[in-house]
Design a protein around this ligand. Sequence first.
Ligand code: MV4
Length: 448
Amino acid sequence: MFDKILIANRGEIALRIHRACREMGIRTVAVHSTADADAMHVRLADEAVCIGPPNASQSYLNVAAILSAAEVTDSDAIHPGYGFLSENARFAAMVEEHDRVFIGPTSEHISLMGNKIAAKEAMQNLGIQVVPGQEHVLQNVAAAESSAMEIGYPVLIKAAAGGGGRGMKVVETPQDMAAQYHAARSEAENAFGDGSLYIERYLQGPRHIEVQILADKYGNTVHFGERDCSLQRRHQKLVEEAPSPILSASERETIGQRVVAAMRSLKYSSLGTIEFLFEDGEFYFIEMNTRLQVEHPITEMITGTDLVREQIRLSAGEELGYTQDSIHVSGHAIECRINAEDHRTLMPSPGAVSDYHAPGGPGIRVDSALYSGYRVPPNYDSMISKLVAYGNTRAECIKRMQRALEEYVIDGIETTIPLHLDLLKTSDFNDGLYDINWLESFIATHYE
Ligand code: MV4
């Protein structure tokens, strides 16, 4: 097992990783920008190294500074968390070249899944249904038009180097194709430096369901069921729940088994999440995330597993040590992402937290690096806390989440707590009836 891990991240996830390390008897190194000198993860870690100015490109994305910090602290491994360098194949390779362990899959697997066309093609060859379309780069508008005729309108043009919705354009009719093709292309070029595009049928009201897997380096692969992440706005998830309220036990088992078989054939190791759009009882693969995800705690709650501990353990070369039969989904969990934003406009609201009191009691977990007097810097993502509720039933879980949101005190800045309370009151949420477009229209109508 590792003696010391460098945590190449900040905020709640740096703290979450630190907590797993502490429980495993592993020493931790925090790296931080000058804006984060007073951060909780810096205070708790055994050692801390300042790696640059507030701008993430010069600190949390500064590969040379992070590798140097690993070198001077003699860290055995680097945990990238999510975002920043977590899905950067070149960074993963460089960590290994510097004789440290990258806590994640191989750089080849990161690279494969980073190209959305290659990922789709690989998954289809492994027997996973993908959204109908074409698994190759569009050469020009004419090719896009003839593909769209075959697929049937509406279609969606996506960036091969994309993910998270950037460079995506819906094309409703053949007349719109040329304009949308060029718009997608320049957006992709600007965002990713790669204008490669592909095309799919546009699904109009699917749910976003993702399957959590874990694999060791010896072919032992398991899944931990699914999460429903359909409640999002502008590709930012707000609320996630597990299990999905609309999936049957047999649907869960079928998709889980298929995903596990595919990942085993691919010789994938580490944590991973396979994302699907789910419509009319069918799963369509869209993307795979090769990192720890923000919403991992809801899976931990319903399966009683510490996924970060498992990820670290398997990266150190340990065997999984259990089989699918020993993993049971029990009860229900919901995560509300609390952002430092005005709850109506969703505009960022950084600043000093004058008073802080986190909720507790039965079935409540708070993953947050906030404390009273902490100043939320304006330089990073506005998510400041993940409030997670567990219940034996979905109804109990919702009630618990409501009372925990009411208990939560975060004074001095605006937060999205009022939005969560409003959303939890709706009959659509209580009935579990929502698709990926629901939250956008709820916000538009409720706060107009
Ligand atoms: C889609 C889609 C509809 N049809 N693909 C958005 C980000 C990227 N991960 C894929 N995304 C979508 N792909 C087809 N063929 C709708 C979305 C989408 C979406 C997906 C998951 C969660 C939220 C979403 C919000 C808007 C659009």
